[in-house]
Design a binder for this molecule. Structure first.
Ligand code: URA
Length: 223
C-alpha cells in the first residue's frame, strides 16, 4: 500500500491549482491522486475519489472514506456503503446511475486502543476547505439535478453550519449548488443504532428521504 505513495509524485499545490483546467471526472481523479492539500494524505493509503455516472441526475455526497474505502480506493464500499446500497435499492434508486463522492477524499483515522481496526476521526474544517475544490469541480462537471448530502458533515459543509439533519432531513433546501438539494442521515449513523428496533426505524426514515429523491428525479424527468 505504501508503494502507491512512493510511485506517485505528490504535490503541495492547493487543490485549486490541481483542478485547474480539468473538465472530466477521469482527469480530475488522476490529478487528485497526487493531492497533498492537507496532511491527511500522510496517513491515508490513497485518495478516494468520487465515482459513478458522471452525467448522473443524482449526486450523493458523504463525509470521507472509511477504513475499507481507504484500502480499496472506492467510496462507500464498506459497511456504510452496503447499508447505503440496501437503502437505495429499497427506495428504487439504481446506484450505477448515480454519482457518489465525499467532501474529504482521504481517510482520517486514529490507531485503535485495542485490535487492528483504524478508528474514523471527523475531518477538521481546514481539511474540508482544503478538499473543497475537488468537490466543487465534481459538482460543476456532473451538474446533478438533485444533490443529496449524507449526514451532518456533508450538509453543514455544503449548506451552512446551522444546518440540522434532525430538523431538516428529507426537505428540499434552497441552494445554488443544484436545482434540488436535500440532506438525510449518514448511513453509518444507522449502523450505530443501539438496538434492532431503532435500527429498523432509522432505516425506514432513511429510505423515506431517498424516496423523496425519487419523486424529485421523476419531476425533473417530466420537465
Ligand atoms: N463514509 C463516508 O462518508 N464515505 C464513504 O465513502 C464511506 C463511509
Amino acid at each position: 500500500m505504501k508503494r502507491l505513495r512512493k510511485n506517485t509524485k505528490q504535490t503541495d499545490a492547493p487543490a485549486a491549482a490541481l483542478v485547474a483546467g480539468k473538465s472530466t471526472i477521469k482527469g480530475l481523479r488522476e490529478q487528485a491522486v497526487a493531492c497533498k492539500a492537507c496532511d491527511l494524505w500522510k496517513t491515508a493509503t490513497q485518495t478516494v475519489f468520487g465515482e459513478g455516472n458522471s452525467k448522473a441526475t443524482i449526486m450523493l455526497v458523504g463525509e470521507q472514506p472509511g477504513d475499507q474505502e481507504d484500502r480499496l480506493g472506492k467510496p462507500f464500499v464498506g459497511p456504510a456503503g452496503k447499508l447505503l446500497d440496501e437503502a437505495l435499492a429499497e427506495a428504487g434508486i439504481d446506484r450505477t446511475q448515480v454519482y457518489v463522492t465525499n467532501v474529504v477524499k482521504h481517510f482520517k483515522w486514529t490507531p485503535p486502543q485495542r485490535g487492528k481496526r483504524r478508528i474514523h476521526k471527523k475531518p477538521r474544517s481546514s481539511e474540508i476547505q482544503a478538499c473543497r475544490p475537488w468537490l466543487a469541480t465534481e459538482l460543476s462537471i456532473v451538474r446533478p439535478r438533485i444533490l443529496v448530502c449524507l449526514g451532518a458533515t456533508a450538509a453543514r459543509s455544503l449548506l451552512g453550519k446551522e444546518f440540522s439533519i434532525t430538523r431538516q432531513h428529507g426537505k428540499v433546501v434552497e441552494s445554488e449548488l443544484s436545482p434540488f438539494t436535500i440532506a438525510t442521515v449518514h448511513p453509518s449513523s444507522i449502523l450505530r443504532a443501539p438496538d434492532a428496533e431503532s435500527r429498523r426505524q432509522q432505516m425506514r426514515a432513511f429510505v423515506e428521504d431517498l424516496k423523496q429523491v425519487v419523486v424529485l428525479a421523476t419531476k425533473t424527468r417530466a420537465k
